[in-house]
Ligand binder design. Structure first.
Ligand SMILES: Cc1cc2nc3c(=O)[nH]c(=O)nc-3n(C[C@H](O)[C@H](O)[C@H](O)COP(=O)(O)OP(=O)(O)OC[C@H]3O[C@@H](n4cnc5c(N)ncnc54)[C@H](O)[C@@H]3O)c2cc1C
Length: 435
């Protein structure tokens, strides 16, 4: 997804953009080997949907016409989070719901329609550089036609978006550069997902249902989301090695064990249309390319290759979209590619900071989470818990929380008077009650 969006951004600035992808191009929406996570729920946040629409005008309408669902996150999603049901009210935060393969297929189709974008099926194996290795000049690609032949693709700019398995740290090492510093936050998360035929809406007052764990004792989460084909995608997850099972009875039992019975009640009589698939996500990982003092010109990195977030907060694709927009902005501001990587990485780091803080902050509510806890983590955690609990009855707090979560507002909005004052009032109230 990051690669498709990077290509869309670059197509505005370069006469030819080549997308190198190791999987053969799918003829129809469907699972791809190179993206094992695509069988699991993929929430597209509002910020991501808005950026996609800006890149591909009319895409939202196309997705909806083809079966995606759109609804308001505040009024149409029923969400139990940190021990409270969130206030139900129109929040003006729209959600576009579909499966990941469906979204990706539509984005790829729109990208392929651009006259200066071409696709090459192959494995990127190596960077090509000038003699003193200060500028990347292209990439070597091994063909996937069984011949193992290699082609050299010459380029003014290479954007690496190979996901969590990114080769850039290794390539940099081979070229004699240091590797980027890396932060990991270990949460040992497991997902199990199944698709169901969506039962008729009558009698149900929600379109999406989320039952999230209450940290630090609860570890289990479940989400039901509509997707194309009048279906539901149901994802169960457990952190700190509380992995959901992949057998029929175990899956239902795990659903029944969530903190509220609503999800189990919704799916227990629904008809499954897929097997149960599982995936493990050991850790969030951020690579700080913005801190590198030496970095070759002509190379950028984006998407999960730069930062891979705990998927429970649905940030990855939307952050990739915002990074692609930053790529365009950087190129628009200055066409000259000298020093481009540094300019882009600094801007991308500012995009990542907020979602990284939100995702790691939530994970650090668990004492068992392994990673560097920045100063103030304890206070932020306390504040976060107050915000979550207030979002059960304070409509303004809930709307602000949703806007921040959907990356349409900065996390600083959570410290605006409309949120800060209720948090302080609550904290003082509980102190007075204790006295
Ligand atoms: C279980 C799970 C659930 C998730 N849920 C959500 C969610 O709800 N919402 C959300 O926004 N995000 C979610 N994410 C994150 C999301 O999948 C990624 O952030 C998003 O796909 C962007 O990743 P990417 O494009 O950088 O990498 P990927 O999607 O991993 O794509 C990498 C691509 O590079 C190709 N590739 C790799 N190596 C090479 C090579 N050498 N040569 C050529 N091609 C290569 C692969 O085939 C693949 O197509 C989830 C992730 C996981 C693991």
């Amino acid at each position: 997804m990051a690669g498709l969006l990077a290509a869309r951004a670059l197509a505005e600035h370069f006469s030819r953009v080549t997308v190198v992808e190791r999987d053969p191009p799918p003829a129809a929406p469907g699972h791809r080997k190179g993206v094992p996570q695509d069988q699991h729920i993929h929430v597209l946040l509002s910020s991501g949907a808005l950026t996609l629409e800006r890149f591909f005008p009319g895409l939202t309408a196309e997705l909806v016409a083809a079966g995606a669902e759109t609804f308001d996150c505040g009024s149409d999603a029923r969400w139990f989070h940190h021990g409270v049901w969130k206030v139900r009210q129109h929040a003006g935060v729209p959600l576009l719901a579909q499966s990941r393969p469906f979204l990706e297929w539509h984005v790829r189709r729109r990208l392929a329609a651009l006259p200066n974008v071409v696709f090459v099926a192959g494995d990127a194996t190596e960077l090509l550089t000038d003699a003193d290795r200060r500028r990347v000049q292209g990439v070597r690609v091994r063909r996937r036609d069984g011949s193992a032949a290699e082609d050299d693709l010459v380029a003014d700019l290479v954007v690496e978006t190979a996901g969590r398995g990114s080769h850039v740290p290794k390539w940099l090492d081979e070229l004699g550069y240091p590797k980027p510093s890396e932060e990991t936050v270990v949460i040992d998360l497991g997902y199990a997902t199944r698709v169901y035929r969506r039962p008729p809406q009558s009698g149900r007052d929600w379109r999406m249902l989320l039952v999230y764990a209450k940290a630090p004792h609860g570890t289990r989460t479940g989400i039901v989301s509509p997707i194309e084909g009048d279906s539901w995608i149901v994802t169960l997850s457990g952190c700190h090695k509380d992995y959901p099972p992949d057998d029929d009875a175990g899956f239902l039992e795990f659903a029944r064990s969530l903190e509220r019975p609503d999800l189990y009640d919704a799916i227990k009589d629904a008809a499954p249309t897929s097997p149960i698939t599982t995936i493990r996500f050991p850790a969030q990982r951020r690579r700080h390319y913005e801190d590198m003092r030496q970095f070759p010109d002509g190379l950028a990195v984006m998407g999960d290759a730069m930062c891979s977030f705990n998927p429970l907060y649905g940030q990855g694709m939307s952050v990739a979209a915002l990074e692609a927009a930053a790529l365009t902005d950087c190129l628009r501001e200055r066409g000259d590619l000298t020093g481009f990587p540094r300019r882009f990485f600094r801007r991308a780091a500012r995009i990542i900071d907020g979602p990284w803080l939100l995702a790691t902050g939530a994970d650090f509510l668990y004492p068992g989470t392994v990673g560097r806890r920045p100063a103030g983590t304890g206070v932020l955690g306390w504040y976060n818990v107050n915000v979550l609990e207030l979002s059960g009855h304070d409509a303004r707090v809930q709307t602000t929380f949703l806007e921040v979560m959907h990356l349409t507002r900065s996390p600083f909005a959570l410290f605006s008077p409309g949120v800060l004052l209720p948090v302080l009032k609550r904290a003082l109230g509980s102190r007075v009650r204790r006295v």
